[in-house]
Design a protein around this ligand. Structure first.
Ligand code: PLP
Length: 383
């Protein structure tokens, strides 16, 4: 076993920053009060949540009352989409989204179809880009919600969300952005993005797992999806995860404070990976060549299975992904790559490498020296 994991799967999750852990620790130990209690210990918890909410609102250029803390990015997506859909049934039943969304969005739309809602999936081009005018043309008098991701978690393509938001705003249609993959990396001013709802998840930016954030613009009518206490202004029942919320805000703040130092270094590592791996014959970059997340290098290699590459990399202590969330044993290729028009055989050979702030040139060079041989070996095995 190699003594250190070379972690190149930051799109899946990130390690908790130790400074974030330090900010959380008091709320896991001495400051254990329930934020709904009126005595001092409870008030301390509520003050910590209020402060976290202000910090998050500040980065989003929003009001604290527009921020709801949830249990994960998936819950934020579910609350945004189901919350709007079930609160808007008198207005219409039509939802617009794309075929490259995370399953937290796609499966939520499919679930709503059981209740009479209809979904239009706006096609994407071969770089996974959505054309905002296609969204505008799909809007009908029944449309109650448009949901488009900020950046794709598999191939890293950044979507023209501000322009889509402008079109939706002009037609008074609520616009939800799944910004989970963009959080900590792309600008998140909700006014500039013309966003009405926006989802984030702390564990994607060096915060704790189990904390999501949902921005919902003032005036958005959302039907709560968890009934019980009146926490989170009645939008999400359940005793607050105080330590997690404190950690989410601390991580969010650190991510944007340090972005100017970290981002250029990550882009250089990404481009080194891309240049190096595209030298392999039968390889292609997936997603847009420039309009992509700073940390995402994703590829397809003809004539190999992505899972086989991963197993070979794992033997070298490298943690990577095929990009698709499908469970092992599944024969379906990524829905994102298929939507981009990549042939199914080619889509099976996908590899996603997503960098983080602790990766080094040496990490990248391990990949560049290992992957060509792995691909050659796997192609040889197929005969
Ligand atoms: C990770 C991710 C999610 C889900 O977030 P969780 O906190 O893991 O539930 C949703 N959308 C996108 C784009 C993601 O990358």
């Amino acid at each position: 076993m190699p003594d250190r994991t070379i972690y190149l799967d930051h799109a899946a999750t990130t390690a908790l920053d130790t400074r974030v852990l330090d900010a959380m620790l008091p709320y896991l130990t001495m400051e254990y009060g329930n934020a709904s209690s009126i005595y001092t210990l409870g008030r301390h918890a509520m003050q910590a949540i209020d402060s976290a909410r202000e910090q998050v609102a500040d980065i989003l250029n929003s009001r604290p009352t527009e921020i709801t803390f949830t249990g994960c990015g998936s819950e934020s997506d579910n609350l945004a989409i189901k919350g709007i859909a079930f609160a808007s049934q008198k207005k219409g039943n039509h939802i617009i989204t794309t075929p490259i969304e995370h399953h937290a969005v796609l499966y939520t739309c499919q679930y709503l179809e059981r209740f009479g809602f209809k979904t239009t999936y706006i096609p994407v081009d071969s770089y996974a880009q959505v054309d905002p005018d296609d969204v505008g043309r799909a809007i009908t008098d029944q449309t109650i919600l448009v949901s488009v991701m900020y950046a794709n978690n598999e191939v890293g393509t950044i979507e023209p969300v501000a322009e889509i938001g402008r079109i939706c705003r002009a037609k008074k249609i609520p616009f939800h952005i799944d910004a989970v993959q963009a959080g900590g990396s792309l600008p998140l001013d909700v006014a500039a993005l013309n966003a009405d709802l926006l989802s984030l998840s702390a564990h994607k930016f060096y915060g704790p797992k189990g904390v999501g954030i949902l921005y919902a613009r003032q005036g958005m009518r959302l039907l709560p999806q968890l009934q019980g206490g009146s926490q989170e202004r009645g939008r999400r029942a359940g005793t607050e995860n105080v330590a997690g919320i404190v950690g989410a805000a601390a991580a969010f703040r650190l991510a944007y404070e340090e972005l100017p130092q970290i981002q250029p270094r990550i882009i250089a590592l990404r481009d080194r990976l891309i240049d190096g791996l595209l030298a392999i014959s039968g390889s292609q970059l997936t997603g847009h060549s420039t309009n992509r997340l700073a940390n995402n290098a994703s590829f397809c290699f003809e004539g190999v299975e992505g899972e086989s590459i991963l197993l070979n990399l794992d033997l070298l202590g490298v943690a990577a992904s095929t990009g698709s969330a499908c469970t092992s044993g599944s024969v379906d290729p990524s829905h994102v790559l298929v939507a981009m028009g990549i042939p199914v055989e080619v889509a099976h050979g996908s590899l996603r490498l997503t960098l983080g702030k602790n990766n080094t040139v040496a990490d990248v060079d391990v990949i560049l020296s290992a992957v060509p041989g792995i691909i050659e070996k796997l192609r040889g095995l197929r005969g």
